[in-house]
Write a new protein. Structure first.
Length: 476
């Protein structure tokens, strides 16, 4: 009786240092002399076998949870937490060189607001898929939030990183986004920052800042879709932005610093000035800050409404002092946030009351109408009833121009310079697109304006098509 009990006791003691396969810790080859004790041992063994299986399942589940905690279900990309953990591992790695790539989906807010979140999700999901297919085996794609993704390229110098980035751009451009309801391909902008042996491992925040500066440059009009960080981006930008930021805030508080310039918009085909577009600059002493310096700050600091209010006041000042002739109509650019801003609408109404006979055109960016249609439409209707003309600016540069144009309460459509430049394109199909779109919009009852007319050949082209107005450097 004692020996079987001692044997069981020893086997239980052996479990304290057991491996995960607990069922193997009890020997079942030698039967106990007493049937009751044999039954106890075998029952205990079955229990341990089940416990071992449960332990294995828990390990697999724990691994699954670990992955889920570091991945985003929608895109399958790793999240910011995973990036930070991988970065910590990188800090003790001996890899001499690596690159950080930041990806941003162009016009994603317009896509999301125009076509809905389901389409926006589909766009992000498929961009992530294309990026993952373009990356090297073993590379991880991280989603940092919204439409921003990142990749760490171990062992990649700047040339290799740019080559990978180019492959990513091409993969996204080749994807068929029309199937989700978009009018054409989606696109991405990429910023590249590289750490080299000459630069010890940088803090993630610093390298991210560099890649972010590069990506911001890539998103600028006319820029390449891929920009690599260089010292100039980090050294010059803070100096310029510091003076520009101070200038913007000063001009908002002191309208006398706004130096308004007025570019003529000529009627066709006679080419006489019909009205002028108000363009804002800031002059402080001998320093002049151009729109290219002003508006990135305004957008980044969300000062759109404040600047537009100051511009409206400056235009009213020029009307009163005679620098804007009494017979000149004027076109005022109003930003997307401003068209739904009560104070901006009120300021425009006051301007109309003071100048009831003057032609005043309110130019609204295409995005403003698309992203906040209901409120924008209500405010535009109010302006039109008060005698304003409303122009849709930069037509053809964004999404859903034709799709929404029929329902937009506008009078004038201004064709973006990128479309007008197509009239000089060697490809006849490119020219035909602009020609037919202009004729279609005009036939729908809108007045049409050609922006960016800089040569006689372009002028002759827009006259032949039937544009009502033109503006550009050709006319001064």
């Amino acid at each position: 009786m004692v020996r079987p009990l001692v044997a069981i006791s020893k086997e239980i003691d052996a479990l304290q240092g057991a491996s995960h396969d607990l069922s193997d810790q009890l020997s079942r080859n030698t039967a106990m002399p007493l049937a009751e004790l044999e039954h106890v041992r075998r029952s205990f063994g079955d229990y341990l076998s089940q416990l071992g299986e449960l332990h294995s399942n828990l390990e697999r589940s724990s691994q699954d949870f670990y992955q889920q905690a570091r991945k985003i279900a929608l895109t399958g990309a790793f999240n910011r937490r995973a990036l930070e953990e991988d970065w910590q591992a990188l800090a003790i790695d001996t890899t001499p060189q690596f690159s950080l790539l930041l990806y941003d989906c162009d016009h994603f807010k317009a896509i999301n607001d125009t076509y809905g979140h389901d389409v926006g999700d589909a766009v992000l999901e498929n961009i992530a898929t294309e990026l993952q297919q373009a990356l090297r085996s073993g590379d991880r794609l991280y989603r940092l939030g919204g439409d921003e993704f990142a990749t760490i390229q171990w062992g990649a110098d700047v040339e290799q990183a740019i080559a990978i980035a180019q492959r990513c751009v091409e993969k996204v451009q080749a994807h068929d986004f029309v199937q989700y309801g978009l009018p054409g391909p989606a696109s991405i902008s990429i910023g590249v920052a590289v750490s080299t042996p000459a630069q010890p491992v940088l803090a993630l925040s610093e390298l991210h800042k560099r890649a972010d500066l590069a990506m911001y440059s890539a998103k600028q009009p006319g820029a390449s879709k891929i920009v690599s960080y260089r010292d100039g981006l980090g050294e010059v930008a803070p100096v310029v932005s510091s003076d520009s930021i101070a200038a913007v805030f000063s001009a908002i508080q002191d309208v006398s610093l706004l130096d308004m310039r007025y570019q003529g918009i000529v009627g066709l085909p006679l080419q006489g000035v019909e009205y002028v577009e108000a363009l804002a600059r800031i002059r402080i002493g001998d320093d002049v800050f151009l729109p290219s310096e002003i508006f990135p700050i305004v957008q980044a600091r969300r000062l759109d409404a404040e600047l537009d209010l100051a511009v409206i006041e400056a235009i009213g000042r020029d009307m009163r002092n005679g620098s804007l002739g009494t017979g000149n109509g004027v076109s005022i650019n109003i930003s997307a946030p401003s068209i739904v801003h009560a104070k901006v609408i009120s300021a425009l109404m006051v301007l109309r009351e003071r100048e009831p006979e003057r032609k005043i055109v309110v130019e609204i960016t295409e995005t403003a109408l698309i992203t906040q249609m209901e409120m924008a439409t209500s405010n535009i209707d109010q302006l039109r009833q008060s005698g304003f003309l409303v122009a849709l600016d930069d037509f053809g540069s964004g999404y859903s121009s034709l799709r929404y144009l029929a329902s937009m309460p506008v009078d004038i459509v201004k064709f973006d310079i990128s479309m007008i430049q197509q009239l000089n394109h060697a490809d006849s199909q490119q020219r035909l697109i602009t020609e037919e779109m202009a004729r279609l919009v005009k036939a729908a009852g809108y007045q049409i304006v050609a922006e960016g007319v800089e040569t006689e050949s372009l002028l002759n082209g827009v006259i032949d098509i039937g544009f009502d107005y033109a503006q550009g450097y050709l006319f001064g």
